[in-house]
Design a protein around this ligand. Structure first.
Ligand SMILES: CC(C)(COP(=O)(O)OP(=O)(O)OC[C@H]1O[C@@H](n2cnc3c(N)ncnc32)[C@H](O)[C@@H]1OP(=O)(O)O)[C@@H](O)C(=O)NCCC(=O)NCCS
Length: 174
């Protein structure tokens, strides 16, 4: 008897809509607490341009009682060394819904949407052991420079298309 692989858990991925903002903000607050404001990524987001259509929300299927937000991955337009680049974050999955692959699926959706929109790279600040599983690698040396102190091993880049030129420069407004 052959064993069928288990179907992935049901989840609905869609772009963040304006009306999702308060629910996404609340999810981010639950996931990161007040310490999130001290992060260097927040300094980037202060000047970056929010890309609502590339930002991903994960929702539970609507079983008649409405759907619940399960996760979010926000995307922002910035420049690195004058080149257009996407900056990803905050990225969070609701506690109790983690380790089911939702995070990886949101990252993939965000990157696919960015590629389809003609973007070439996604940059973020995060844990390399997690993000290396979803296509990110440390920017070598101090090539991608953030507007504040950061452990440079946490500055990660995913090239969306074959691009021989590495990103080099300061992260600046788009
Ligand atoms: C990081 C996060 C979004 C991952 O969401 P998720 O849906 O659980 O992710 P996935 O299901 O795709 O992957 C889960 C796997 O990644 C691992 N993982 C999760 N966070 C990790 C981390 N920081 N470092 C290394 N591995 C990590 C899990 O242990 C699990 O491993 P397994 O598959 O071997 O069991 C979620 O853990 C979260 O919201 N954390 C709090 C907020 C946060 O830290 N966000 C990232 C900031 S850069």
């Amino acid at each position: 008897m052959s064993v069928q692989p288990a179907a992935p858990p049901a989840i609905i991925l869609q772009s963040e809509r304006p009306q999702d903002g308060p629910l996404v903000d609340a999810l981010i607050a639950r996931a990161f607490g007040p310490g999130r404001y001290a992060k260097v990524s927040e300094r980037v987001r202060e000047f970056a341009t929010f890309a609502t259509e590339m930002s991903v929300c994960a929702w539970s299927p609507d079983t008649g009682k409405g759907s619940r937000i399960l996760g979010c991955a926000r995307m922002w337009h910035v420049r690195v060394g004058g080149r257009r680049v996407m900056f990803l974050g905050p990225f969070a999955v609701e506690q109790g819904e983690r380790n089911a692959g939702f995070g990886a699926r949101m990252i993939d959706r965000a990157c696919e949407t960015a590629l389809a929109a003609g973007e070439s790279h996604v940059v973020l600040v995060g844990d390399e052991p997690y993000f290396s599983r979803v296509g990110f690698a440390a920017a070598p040396g101090r090539q991608v420079v953030l507007p504040g102190p950061v452990d440079q091993r946490r500055v990660l880049v995913r090239a969306l298309a074959n691009d021989p030129d590495p990103l080099v420069g300061l992260i600046e407004p788009a």
